[in-house]
Design a protein around this ligand. Structure first.
Ligand SMILES: *Cc1c(COP(=O)(O)O)cnc(C)c1O
Length: 419
């Protein structure tokens, strides 16, 4: 009997902790952070020592990890996206295509660059639908941001092919997929730039922080200029061919860099544990009729911290989710009448209402913009349908084989009820 009917639940012990990143904090993080305090140096561009900072070490690690020529540490994933967009020359008048399912910061970054986001459907991978992407391209389109949502790599072959044919800039949003890959190549190395986040909800954290990776000298230089209003004064030598322009202050602090460095050395071990866990559960549920697993463009490259499957209807998904929670496996549908999830475009109010920071600072009414993008809450019905029919179970590197068996047993038990 199901737990919701008064039967014994499959498990009563708590499921995994919420955070992947901070659960790994140990002596290594302490050592690196304390080293910064001992040195009494929290500013990366300090005197002649600028190339021996924790921030440069972190950048070097991301160059090695992605195989990219350049990496620029910044203070958030959002500032990584803004720096990359402005670095690539995106600005007023340009349209940038983004998926309907991503954190609101992807849309916000486009607007901060004073460009206009164009929202397109995701498919059953819950990442950008390449067909929807191509249909949205017009003479104003300048760039596309594929987002590797919940650790799942986008269909990069199709997306890169379309982008090349239309001569578009590709900026990967890797905020949720640090450590992922596609066909053996690290995420963040496919586009003109890759943007990482080290916020606490991500795979690894630096407290707050981000990284831009790129092989393009011009994008790197311009992103660097944008990330610091006085960059050329710090003794950095590599910007001579590119004229300076006003920047913000998106610099990373040495404390954040030290934490990010310790954490980032653990990515591969975290991801390999997650792979085993997800594989074990998928093997135990993949033949269940009436549930359909999320399509993963490359299972070997999936960071694997989230297990998603679809029911036939939203009503079924709602019941399935309730029953599974009662069996002791925490999960949720993604689009429901609960909290306004800011990862779904319907909840991006300032985008749908075309609201800028002030009356005359508005990318949609700016005179450089000749396009006519329209938004509405029902503009991406496939995305809403998929998210409403999905059951999402958070995975964690500390789950044991026994935990996996419980998940398999509970999903099988509940699914029998839906045959
Ligand atoms: C978290 C996130 C961001 C923004 O990163 P912050 O470090 O919070 O600024 C951007 N895009 C996606 C997909 C994210 O999940």
């Amino acid at each position: 009997m199901l737990a919701v009917q008064g039967g014994a639940p499959v498990r009563t012990r708590p499921w995994a902790p919420e955070f992947i990143s901070s659960e790994e904090f140990d002596d290594l993080e302490k050592e690196y952070v304390l080293r910064v305090l001992d040195k009494k140096r929290v500013f990366r561009f300090y005197e002649e020592d600028i190339y021996h900072s924790e921030s440069s070490r972190l950048e070097a690690l991301y160059c090695r990890r992605t195989g990219c020529k350049h990496a620029l540490a910044v203070n958030s994933g959002t500032s990584a996206l803004v720096s990359a967009l402005i670095g690539a020359g995106i600005g007023p008048g340009d349209e940038v295509i983004i998926p309907a399912y991503t954190y609101i910061a992807t849309a916000s970054a486009v607007l901060i660059a004073r460009a206009v986001p164009v929202i397109v459907e995701v498919d059953d991978t819950l990442t950008m639908d390449p067909k929807a992407f191509e249909l949205a391209v017009n003479e104003h389109t300048k760039a596309v941001i594929p987002v590797h949502m919940k650790g799942v790599p986008c269909q990069m072959e199709e997306i890169l092919d379309i982008a090349q044919r239309h001569n578009l800039i590709v900026i990967e949003d890797v905020a949720q997929a640090n450590g992922g890959s596609y066909r053996g190549k690290p995420l963040g190395s496919f586009g003109h730039a890759g943007c990482f986040s080290f916020q606490q909800y991500k795979v690894v954290t630096s407290g707050e922080g981000g990284m831009v990776t790129t092989n393009d000298d011009n994008i790197y230089t311009r992103a660097s200029i944008y990330h610091d209003s006085a960059l050329s004064y710090w003794g950095t030598k590599m910007f001579e061919n590119v004229p300076s322009f006003p920047g913000e202050n998106y610099r990373m602090s040495e404390l954040n860099a030290a934490l990010g460095l310790a954490q980032s050395q653990k990515i591969d071990s975290i991801v390999s544990k997650l792979h085993q866990i997800k594989k074990a559960i998928v093997n135990g549920i993949k033949t269940i009729p009436n549930i359909q697993l999320q399509r993963i463009p490359d299972c070997d490259g999936d960071v694997s911290y989230s297990l998603i499957f679809y029911l036939t209807t939203a009503e079924q998904a709602k019941s399935f989710s309730d029953y599974l929670n009662a069996e002791g496996i925490p999960n949720g549908t993604i689009y429901n009448n609960g909290i306004a999830d800011r990862h779904i475009y319907v909840n991006w109010d300032y985008v749908l209402e075309k609201r800028g920071a002030s009356l005359h600072d508005n990318p949609w009414t700016c005179e450089s913009y000749k396009g006519n993008v329209q938004y509405s809450k029902d503009m991406c019905p496939n995305t809403l349908d998929l998210l409403a029919r999905s059951i999402s179970i958070p995975l964690h590197q500390n789950l044991t084989l026994e935990d996996c068996q419980d998940a398999i047993a509970a999903i099988n038990k509940v699914a029998e009820f839906f045959e």
